[in-house]
Design a protein. Structure first.
Length: 365
């Protein structure tokens, strides 16, 4: 039998929509968020959080709301949201078809292990009153039932452009602790996360439609990406998948996904975590810093922090640029597949041009 943490709490709201009700896909972003708020309210009835106030955070592939619990009389949260100064949480509502329950629950079990065994500050899943880590909620106003998870709020501040060598050294040490734990992690029965290997980077992990990506890329672009893919594949084949080099990774630990509180690194957004090369995890952290004039110093500081916790040979360090290229290749393919979506537009075009330029420079080295 599976442990109680694998239970799923399912909630449904069976109100039939009126025939004149606008389709979810045709709504504005604000309209969709309002309907997702209702679904979040339904999901939260599975938890013992009491009266809460919801604040939208993100609505893209997943949808997230900040949850503030209220310390006053029931029904007052909507009229006096400023009075909701109790505990703080976040609810993550998964887009349909992105990950199944087993995959999400595996992420949550690893997060619990990272907190318990490695002492890292990462999101803490909150169980329902029945002990389940995952809730499935549905409403007639939102297509398909949605898998929902509640986490305790991770406190801290994003530094982003204010990041310096001191902070990057601490991020490097944090990632090394994560990798050290991953190497020794005892995988529970039924545990499943996707793989950030060669096939995963090309399309598998993010579900990228390669044909759709190619349709928005020139022949020259495709030649660059194929050449990068060959280099990445060769490097992965050389490294193989021993526990010293391959294990569970965050896979998206860049400056928008780590915070600082009293000098301590806190990490969020493990939604993409999976099996991959530790060097790829490092490459992801570097991939968004390449345009900074102080990138060499930031990179050196990160590696110094990493090596204080976990060994990294000079020969493996020399492979990091290949994994940076692997990350950029993956991102270009994903952006190209979604370039027609209104939320991207010209931003995606400019980002693709920049990342293809970085990949060309990598190949010319």
């Amino acid at each position: 039998m599976r442990p109680s943490t694998w239970k799923i709490y399912v909630l449904y709201c069976g109100v039939k929509p009126f025939m004149t009700r606008q389709h979810f896909e045709d709504l504005t972003r604000g309209g969709q968020v309002r309907r997702m708020r209702r679904l979040a309210e339904i999901a939260l009835t599975a938890y013992d959080l009491g009266e809460v106030h919801l604040t939208p955070l993100m609505h893209f592939f997943n949808t997230t709301f900040r949850i503030d619990t209220c310390l006053h009389s029931p029904g007052a949260s909507q009229e006096y949201p400023a009075a909701c100064k109790g505990e703080r949480y976040v609810i993550r509502i998964h887009r349909p078809g992105s990950q199944d329950a087993l995959t999400i629950q595996s992420e949550l079990l690893w997060l619990l292990a990272l907190r318990r065994e490695a002492g890292l500050v990462v999101p803490e899943p909150v169980p329902t009153r029945d002990g389940a880590l995952l809730t499935i909620a549905s409403t007639a106003d939102v297509p398909e039932p949605r898998q929902c998870v509640v986490f305790r709020w991770v406190h801290g501040s994003f530094l982003r452009s204010r990041l310096g060598v001191k902070e990057l050294e601490r991020v490097g040490a944090f990632m090394a602790k994560l990798h050290r734990h991953a190497k020794c992690f005892v995988v529970p029965e039924g545990f499943f996360r996707k793989r950030w290997d060669y096939d995963g980077l090309r399309s598998g992990v993010l579900g990228t439609d390669l044909e759709q990506s190619w349709a928005h890329l020139s022949r020259e672009d495709r030649t660059i990406l194929d050449a990068v893919a060959e280099r990445v594949q060769q490097t992965m084949q050389t490294l193989r998948e021993g526990r010293e080099v391959f294990g569970l990774i965050h896979a998206d630990l860049y400056e928008r996904n780590y915070l600082f509180s009293k000098g301590e690194v806190h990490a969020i957004d493990f939604d993409g975590c999976g099996w991959g090369y530790y060097l790829f995890d490092i490459g992801v952290a570097f991939s968004t810093l390449l345009a900074r004039t102080d990138y060499p110093a930031l990179r050196q500081a990160f590696l110094e922090g990493y090596r204080r916790v976990r060994p990294l040979s000079v020969s493996h360090e020399a492979l990091i640029d290949t994994f940076i290229a692997g990350r950029l290749m993956c991102h270009v393919l994903w952006l190209a597949a979604h370039i027609d979506e209104p939320s991207y537009g010209m931003r995606a075009v400019r980002r693709i041009e920049y990342e293809l330029g970085e990949l060309k420079s990598f190949l010319d080295q």
